[in-house]
Design a protein around this ligand. Sequence first.
Ligand code: HEC
Ligand code: HEC
Length: 220
Amino acid sequence: MNALRATLIIFCMLCAADALADTPNGATLAQQGNGHGVAPCMACHGADGSGQAAAAFPRLAGLSQAYLRKQLDDFANGSRVNATMQPVASELSDVERDALSEYYSKLPLPAATPSPAPNGEVAQLGQRLATRGRWSNALPACEQCHGPDGVGVGDHFPPLSGQSAVYLSNQLHAWQQGSRHNDPLRLMQSVSGKLSDDDVAAISAWYASQPSVPSKEQQP
Ligand code: HEC
Ligand code: HEC
């Protein structure tokens, strides 16, 4: 009986050691890729996870873990169409997606300089849409869901500040065209459908010029 128990204990210890050895490391994946087809994330998203504004590579640092994980799943299942990210996400295993989402959610918010504020009428339009929306066509204010100054709220509403104008406008156009249709309750499909091209340009420039601050979840 004791021998059996000892064997079981040793067996369980081996299993645990095995599981540990198999747990991928988020930082290593981000810096080196996964060794079977996935390029290092930091090649595009930057060493500090702040992204690259001009290339429309988004900031990942400080986004919610659940939101990041969901986006990787959405690229892989095709509800978010993007020629660059779909092959990356599809080649990541479940545990690798978890490790990377956890890693980026814990990276401190990069001290990026926001882009210069848009001028005059563009700024006014951007600020109005962000804080008040437009009741004539039942468009709610962006900050009702994305929080004051677009800092992001919880797991479902990502930050808009700290993203570049070109990334933000790409997403709004993707929803308008239906190539991104991964939003719960079609919330963003409805919002983006009410925006003109001028609105998209103004609101994207507005949020890109807002300093990013940690969301409540990130504050110590
Ligand atoms: C070759 C460049 C490139 C590489 C490498 C890359 N990405 Fe991306 N990533 C992009 C682009 C471009 C987008 C924006 C896609 C879009 O417009 O929908 C993006 C978007 C994302 C998003 C969505 C962010 C948001 O705010 O919704 C996540 C999450 C993400 N990438 C994670 C990763 C991870 C994790 C890795 C490494 C395993 C990685 N990416 C590697 C280019 C890249
Ligand atoms: C009723 C709630 C709601 C309102 C109002 C709203 N959004 Fe969103 N938004 C969402 C949700 C939910 C998501 C995340 C969808 C997903 O899971 O991919 C999102 C995501 C986004 C993204 C993608 C961010 C990223 O990192 O990829 C952008 C850009 C965006 N919203 C812009 C706006 C703008 C601009 C407005 C105002 C004109 C606005 N949203 C108003 C709910 C809302």
